[in-house]
Design a protein around this ligand. Structure first.
Ligand code: PAF
Length: 286
């Protein structure tokens, strides 16, 4: 496994590897502190491509002023071990200066899909995500790039970005990976105390209960949302929970729907702060 620190070196290395044959490249962009959600994407890429590259870069432009950029969990040594073990061929670990050199001032202005939900609660977040992903796709030029369904709206933003700017990769969305008790894996789960983690389980419990209700015939979004809210608000009263949103939306446009028909194409999304940790999760109604 080679570790590369500059865009030029990455291009050069890839050109060397790809000299004699057209090998397919899969890319798994990450911010590190890897868990099984990431490794499931790596496994998918390894199985679908000749060469798999991963990136590790904590992207400052997607964090708001009062967010956790400085505290974001980091463990480069373990991340590299994990990627090596999973069969990753190239790891791109650019410095801040490599990605945002002095004078950098071009940003991607993402469309309406980025304006709702996460876009409303984290102004500027998707502008930062779209900008860094655009750069990573431009540097690495992968045939396929892999993102996790837990960040459903991010996947929609990146799919739109890739299409609108003709970046030429296939965007592949991997299923949310959960621990046995249902909690969606996230690097930010590391912030949770045991009791907070217990409380956080109410998010997936609520989503699963709402999905079951829909499967048994309930179509009204308000009813489905209230099941999720009720579940989140019950349980350990000593752990604070602040719900940013519970939304039943179209899974492509992220526009709220009133009724979820049998054909589905909808998604229930939650964002909530458990203690001081902001978590997001979703389930598809398909
Ligand atoms: O999902 C993430 O880890 C990040 O948002 C991404 C896609 C790597 C961009 O920084």
């Amino acid at each position: 496994m080679k570790i590369i620190e500059t865009a030029t070196a990455f291009r050069q290395e890839w050109a060397n590897v790809n000299e004699s044959a057209k090998l397919s490249l899969g890319l798994v962009p990450t911010m590190g502190f890897l868990h099984e959600g990431h490794t499931s994407l790596v496994k998918k890429s390894v199985s679908q491509n000749d060469v798999t590259a991963a990136t590790i870069f904590i992207n400052p432009t997607q964090f708001g002023e009062n967010e956790d950029y400085e505290d974001y969990p980091r463990d480069m040594r373990s991340d590299l071990e994990i990627l090596d073990h999973e069969g990753v061929d190239l790891v791109f670990v650019p410095s801040l200066d490599e990605m945002y050199p002095e004078g950098f001032e071009t940003f991607i202005d993402v469309g309406s899909v980025a304006s709702r939900l996460e876009g409303e609660y984290r102004p500027g977040h998707f502008r930062g995500v779209a900008t860094v992903v655009c750069k990573l796709l431009s540097i690495c030029r992968p045939d396929r790039a892999y993102f996790g369904q837990k960040d459903a709206q991010q996947c929609a933003v990146i799919t739109a970005l890739n299409k609108d700017l003709s970046l030429g990769s296939e965007i592949i969305v991997g299923d949310t990976v959960r621990s046995a008790d249902g909690l969606a894996l996230s690097s930010r789960n590391a912030y949770l105390s045991n009791r907070e983690r217990g409380k956080a389980l109410s998010i997936s419990r609520g989503l699963f209960a709402a999905r079951e209700l829909w499967q048994s015939g309930e179509k009204a979004a308000e009813k489905l949302k209230s099941v999720v809210v009720d579940e989140i608000l019950t349980g350990d009263p000593d752990i604070s929970v602040q719900i940013d949103y519970v939304s039943v939306s179209d899974r492509s446009s992220f526009i709220e729907v009133g009724l979820v028909e049998d054909s589905g194409n909808a998604i229930i999304l939650v964002a909530a702060e458990v203690g001081t940790t902001r978590l997001i999760d979703n389930v598809l109604l398909v």
